[in-house]
Design a protein around this ligand. Structure first.
Ligand SMILES: Nc1nc2c(ncn2[C@@H]2O[C@H](COP(=O)(O)OP(=O)(O)OP(=O)(O)O)[C@@H](O)[C@H]2O)c(=O)[nH]1
Ligand SMILES: [Mg+2]
Length: 429
């Protein structure tokens, strides 16, 4: 989808309901504004309403719908974006009332993802999520189907066309699902071929500085940008722990409040590196006023991915933006004594972070020793790719090999080479 030559003129709408404070709403709307701008639209007005619960038919109250109609006409608004999820019926009713396109937060996020997707995998995932999101919402006014016509969502076809479209979309969804399965299988194969190295995965809210940290730790040339969702794919790079042990670090798509569930579901393969990592590195932009909420969103997202209990190193980034004696930092230091405070950009405390990664990894790994008979030296290759070799010594009965490897791999090796395991008690003798 391309930006139209004339940018959309957007109105943003929020709801102050039972569970939000005024401050939270303002913060959410500000984030929505960044999102809508990132999608290529101009934000001409922001409006909100206080209501205990959303209206079933129109989300905001009828009076507010009327009031906004006047505003839409007066300002020439072409797109209204709600900060929360709308039901397909609410979208239809509002579009009918205003005769402009209506999107919710998820719709905008999907649009941005669609624009940023570069690799085949990301493209397939985004299109799948988009179609699944769109299917129940297909209306006369907008559909992402007619891609050749620009705009965020596009004026759609007539009612008869709608049925054809629904059928086409279902067929396309099936096709994409099959394609994604293939990609997932290929990825898994690639992972299997890779050496068994300790795996760390950067996770965090979008714009927290994950890619910057990736660069600082691995000298990788990954994209760093001051925008939401700069990264949509997963990059994996080698780096070394302070003890010399090589390890892998992955950088992936950032999280965001109310990330569409369709998107999380279809990005499962991109997130596989994080899902299968030994240790997560949760990067937090401590200079952002809402960083605590961001942390919560990340934890919730990790929970949906079933990895919230993985060993995690908490990293507070961008400390260069706060004064050294900042009460926020003092508070966090006592609240999270295990956390590491860094500036990925300025390279502050990177060594300390590496030492922490090593320590946490060691808690996740074990030391093993084998004595390989000299007739079985070909097994050495497998041991070498299973972990870090600590010692190799020729004994009368065979080659003593001491190594450190992840717990799961250790268990496998002990089973596989049971007869060569050197009893742990003998090691330090
Ligand atoms: N002042 C300061 N800025 C930083 C630091 N780390 C990252 N940034 C800036 O924060 C912005 C976002 O950085 P990225 O590394 O792209 O963030 P990300 O977490 O990868 O973001 P997404 O890929 O969008 O999820 C960039 O403008 C960086 O230059 C830091 O330690 N200090
Ligand atoms: Mg990034």
């Amino acid at each position: 989808m391309k930006h139209p030559s004339v940018p959309e003129r957007a109105l943003l709408v929020g709801l102050l309901h039972q569970h939000t404070t005024r401050e939270e709403l303002e913060d959410h709307l500000q984030e929505l504004e960044t999102l809508v701008r990132s999608a290529g639209a101009e934000v001409l007005a922001i409006s909100w309403q206080q209501r205990p619960t959303p209206d079933v038919a129109t989300f905001i109250g009828r009076g507010k719908v009327e009031e906004l109609r006047a505003l839409i006409e007066q300002k020439g608004i072409t797109l209204v974006v709600f900060d929360e999820g709308l039901t397909p019926a609410q979208v239809r009713n509002l579009e009918r009332a205003w005769n402009v396109k209506v999107l919710d937060r998820a719709g905008i996020i999907l649009h941005i993802f669609a624009e940023r997707a570069r690799t085949q995998e990301a493209k397939v995932q985004v299109e799948l999520a988009q179609l699944q999101y769109m299917l129940p919402r297909l209306s006369r006014l907008w559909t992402h189907l007619s891609k050749q016509v620009g705009g965020i969502g596009t004026r759609g076809p007539g009612e008869t066309q709608l049925e054809t479209d629904r059928r086409l979309i279902r067929r396309r969804i099936q096709h994409l699902q099959r394609k994604l399965e293939e990609i997932v299988a290929q990825r898994a194969q690639r992972r299997r071929r890779r050496e068994e190295l300790p795996r760390f995965a950067l996770v965090g809210y979008t714009n927290a500085g994950k890619s910057t940290l990736m660069r600082a730790l691995t000298a990788a040339s990954v994209l760093v940008e001051d925008r939401l969702f700069a990264t949509l794919d997963t990059t994996v790079r080698r780096f070394r722990l302070p003890g010399g042990q090589p390890a892998l670090l992955s950088d992936t798509v950032g999280f965001l409040r109310k990330l569409p569930p369709q998107l999380i579901a279809s990005f499962h393969s991109t997130l596989a590196e994080a899902i299968e990592a030994d240790v997560l590195v949760h990067v937090v932009d401590v200079s952002h006023p809402s960083f605590r909420q961001h942390m919560q969103v990340v934890t919730e997202t990790l929970r949906t991915l079933n990895i919230a209990t993985k060993p995690t190193v908490l990293v507070f980034n961008k400390i260069d933006r706060l004064p050294a004696d900042s009460p926020v930092l003092r508070e966090l230091r006592s609240e999270y004594p295990e956390a590491v405070f860094i500036s990925a950009e300025r390279g502050i405390n990177i060594r300390k972070l590496l030492a922490t990664l090593q320590r946490v990894y060691e808690g996740q790994s074990e030391e093993l020793a084998f004595v390989l008979p000299y007739t079985e030296l070909r097994l050495l290759r497998h041991l070498r790719t299973s972990g870090q070799i600590l010692q190799q010594e020729a004994l009368p009965d065979g080659l003593l090999v001491r190594l450190r490897c992840p717990l799961a791999i250790g268990q496998r090796l002990r089973g596989q080479y049971a007869s060569y395991v050197y009893p742990a008690g003998m090691l330090n003798a």
